[in-house]
Design a protein around this ligand. Structure first.
Ligand code: KIV
Length: 274
């Protein structure tokens, strides 16, 4: 699967599915499910590394997890899904040269074939333009953009006509800058449907209703592994409770700990420590 295949799927009216993975194990699971695209999302900062936000995860950590996901996909599927890696906070906001270098490392040092980044500020559009002209496929991300949590919170975005118009302009600008697809998170469903119809590139939604060209979810949320799921991404199973229950049963089955063995008296005095 290549970035252009996602555009062909949209043109053919076929729904696109994307799931996150963070290691070889989760990659094998989502590949086995037959997903079209796998995202090594910076949500792994919270889901896997235990941070309170996505901000602390580093480029080195993203590369490390992306390589593990790549190995898992290669082992699990003859025709692996499209692998995309998030560019973490401050890897693309400090100038176009540094941003292209960061995205280039993703393509050179991991099996990912595309990067995702958040926002559509003029500087971000310039960076996307540079990346695309350097041969780096870019996926955009608008609406709730977790790297801006200290400005936007985790609230639903684009609730009023002014911010809806801004989102329309930004989505179009990302398409014009050369993004091959756009993730749109936690915005009103009618707006997301409208954008899906208006844009030529696929719009992949999360918390954005059923009218998008595709859907993306954080796999750990769907499996119910995280301690709290976002309200727009309910779990499909209670994975965490199930795991605790079966592992707890195994622990209890081991019975009481064996009685401690009494220490034996040494045959000769212990050698002095020198
Ligand atoms: O980091 C992530 O997992 C994401 C998805 C929510 C789209 O960006």
């Amino acid at each position: 699967m290549r970035p252009a295949d996602l555009i062909r799927r949209k043109q053919g009216g076929q729904a696109i599915t994307m799931l996150t993975a963070w290691d070889a194990l989760s990659a094998a699971v989502v590949a086995g499910a037959g997903v079209d695209a796998v995202l090594v999302g910076d949500s792994l900062a919270m889901v896997v590394l235990g941070h309170a936000t996505t901000l602390p995860v580093t480029l080195e950590e993203m590369l490390h997890h992306c390589r593990a996901v790549g190995r898992g996909l290669a082992a699990a599927a003859a025709n692996p899904p499209l692998l995309i890696c998030d560019l973490p906070f401050l890897s693309y906001q400090c100038g176009a040269d540094a941003a292209v270098a960061a995205a280039g490392r993703v393509l050179k040092e991991t099996p990912a074939v595309a990067v995702k980044l958040e926002g559509a500020e003029p500087e971000t559009l310039a960076v996307i333009d540079r990346m695309v002209r350097s041969g780096i496929p870019v996926m955009g991300h608008l609406g709730l953009t977790p790297q801006s949590v200290h400005q936007l919170g985790y609230r639903r975005q684009a609730g009023d006509p002014v911010s809806q118009e801004r989102l329309r302009r930004r989505a179009l600008a990302l398409q014009e800058a050369g993004c091959f697809a756009l993730v749109i998170e936690h915005v009103p469903a009618p707006l997301a449907s409208e954008l899906s119809a208006a844009l030529l590139i696929p719009v992949i939604g999360i918390g954005a209703g059923d009218g998008c060209d595709g859907q993306v979810r954080v796999t750990a949320d769907l499996l119910g592994l995280t301690s709290r799921q976002p309200p727009f991404s309910p779990p499909l199973m209670e994975g965490r409770a199930l795991a605790v229950e079966v592992l707890g049963r195994w622990v209890r089955e081991q019975g009481p700990a064996p009685a401690p063995v009494p220490p034996t008296r040494p045959a000769s005095p212990a050698a002095p420590h020198c």
